[in-house]
Design a protein around this ligand. Structure first.
Ligand code: ZN
Length: 206
């Protein structure tokens, strides 16, 4: 099992990062040790600078696939939830400036926070018409619709599968909308899909 994350998949988020809108999907991996399962507190890593939240639609893959065509890609999705792609932003910016890989800023233990509610894919599920919302301490900080993704979930799955074999249990984080921001000890983070609470996590104190 692996965690595949997509970068810059919403135009407004690419803008807030001051980067260009990509012409092909950008992806990177997190190890399984990055997964933080429901009920566990978020522990901030020993990394200097800001640690930021990125709320994302997360889909679970339930079969092996390589070179899957776009029109078959959603058949691999068993269920979906939301997750937080926690990012050591200050460090990431330093790594980017030097042209170095991002893993140190992205792949640390507990950096992939998973929602406690999982919804099954059904014939009527439209993954491109979901409203995503993150509240921090009760205030909305990220809110957008998956209709604003640059690349659809099907396109992302097809693209990644050209390079990496997908396996049952793989998680795909599909990119964050605008509104990323820092987290601090004591913060309560709540993620919603279509108004339904899917994730809640507290950032551990000290
Ligand atoms: Zn992300």
């Amino acid at each position: 099992m692996k965690v595949i994350c997509i970068g810059r998949n919403y135009t407004d988020h690419a803008k807030e990062l001051g980067t260009e809108t990509p012409t092909e999907p950008i992806f990177f991996l997190k190890p399984t040790t990055a997964c933080l399962y429901p009920g566990q507190p978020v522990k901030l890593p020993d990394i200097a600078g800001e640690i930021e939240h990125e709320l994302e639609l997360v889909v679970m893959i339930d079969s092996y696939a390589k070179d899957v065509p776009v029109n078959m890609a959603l058949g691999l999705v068993a269920s979906f939830t939301v997750g937080l792609d926690l990012t050591a932003r200050t460090l990431q910016n330093e790594l980017k400036a030097k042209g170095l890989p991002w893993e140190k800023a992205k792949a640390w233990d507990g950096s992939a926070v998973l929602g406690e509610v999982e919804l099954p894919m059904t014939a009527s599920t439209d993954l491109q018409a979901l409203s995503l919302e993150l509240k921090k301490n009760g205030n909305t900080v990220q809110k957008d619709t998956t209709a604003h993704m640059i690349f659809t979930v099907a396109e992302l799955i097809a693209y990644v599968s050209r390079f990496i074999t997908l396996e049952p249990g793989d998680l795909l984080f599909t990119g964050t909308p605008a509104g990323i921001g820092p987290i601090a000890p004591g913060d309560v983070l709540e993620g919603f899909l279509n108004g339904k609470k899917m994730l809640s996590a507290t950032v551990a104190k000290g």
